[in-house]
Ligand binder design. Structure first.
Ligand SMILES: Nc1nc2c(ncn2[C@@H]2O[C@H](COP(=O)(O)OP(=O)(O)OP(=O)(O)O)[C@@H](O)[C@H]2O)c(=O)[nH]1
Ligand SMILES: [Mg+2]
Length: 301
């Protein structure tokens, strides 16, 4: 039950450096995969809402792109802005770091957090990787000395360890109030966005070096005839040289990526999927405001 027995609801911004495990955490807390996850930093490119509804509470998590310094390209500035803008209307902030140690990237995030007026809980994620647990103590103590956090919790978003305690801390910080979304709603993002993200997840996971960062996915026609969903997807790359890399010899690499995406898409849509992909070049799209808007990013300048 929520503290005091009243219904509680609020917006919780989840921020941290790239790869800290923010999206994994949001998915675990929501109980559904609303945000894609890969082993590569800078996977999340948008603000994505994940909603956790219970009889006594509704927590609206706002997953954000990893905050990073040296954002040279427009897409990176757009990503950073998406993350910082979520701080403004948050009732609470979860600052996610890794249990393995405090890094320069975390310091950068901490400086951005100075602008947030909401309380901040420090979530020390990936605790499953630290053995013995006592190895984490110096990090927890040093973090506590850095700023007065509303709470410091070691968790594992991957195994679920300690997430119950984190939820209790979150609920204690949320104001009493009614729900923002219908109970059955898990995310604010629609079908086609989620289809594009599932394909982008498979592309990012399968490709290396700069290629994952050179690609964007645009979903064209989606036709659902009741039994089968036909999806037309455009994969945009930033350089001519990236196209043959994605295709692979005889188109084999893209075929394997498409198959992996199709399996997840069928699970997501609950129907058979026919996925057609085309790879196109849009030179330097990541610095082109028009292209970014076309691909669904809220690019300013
Ligand atoms: N061992 C372990 N790995 C984790 C945990 N949480 C996340 N990961 C892994 O860390 C990697 C990054 O996870 P994400 O959830 O994509 O991280 P993120 O902070 O959303 O990353 P960006 O979107 O790039 O900012 C993935 O390989 C996850 O499987 C955890 O608690 N334990
Ligand atoms: Mg993410």
């Amino acid at each position: 039950m929520s503290p005091g027995g009243e219904f509680r609801a609020g917006f919780v911004a989840v921020v941290g450096r790239p790869n800290a495990g923010k999206s994994t955490l949001v998915n675990a807390l929501v109980g559904e995969k609303v945000s894609i996850v890969t082993a590569r930093p800078q996977t999340t490119r948008h603000r994505i809402i994940g909603i956790r509804s219970r009889p006594d509470s509704q927590v609206v998590f706002v997953d954000t792109p990893g905050l990073h310094a040296n954002a040279r390209k427009l897409i990176n500035r757009t990503m950073n802005r998406a993350a910082t803008s979520s701080l403004a209307d948050a009732d609470l902030v979860l600052f996610v770091i890794e249990a393995g140690g405090w890094r320069a990237g975390d310091e950068h995030v901490l400086r951005r957090l100075a602008k947030a007026s909401a309380p901040v809980i420090l979530v020390v994620n990936k605790a499953d990787l630290v053995r013995p647990r006592t190895k984490m103590l110096p990090l927890l103590e040093a973090a506590g000395a850095r700023q007065s956090f509303a709470g410091i919790v070691p968790v594992s978003a991957l195994t679920g360890e300690n997430l119950g305690q984190l939820v209790e801390l979150i609920l204690a910080q949320l104001p009493p109030g009614g729900r923002f979304y219908p109970d059955e709603m898990k995310t604010d993002r629609g079908r086609d966005f989620r289809i594009g993200e599932i394909l982008r997840e498979k592309l990012m996971a399968a490709l290396e070096r700069e290629v994952p960062y050179g690609l964007a996915v645009e979903i064209g026609a989606v036709e659902d005839d009741g039994k089968l969903v036909r999806i037309d997807a455009l994969i945009w790359v930033a350089k001519d040289s990236q196209r043959p890399i994605i295709l692979g010899r005889g188109g084999e690499r893209l075929k394997a990526i498409g198959q992996a995406a199709r399996l997840d898409l069928e699970a997501f849509l609950g129907k058979k999927v026919f996925l057609q992909t085309h790879v196109k070049v849009r030179r330097n799209w990541a610095d082109d405001a028009r292209a970014l808007r076309q691909f669904g990013y809220e690019a300013g300048s």
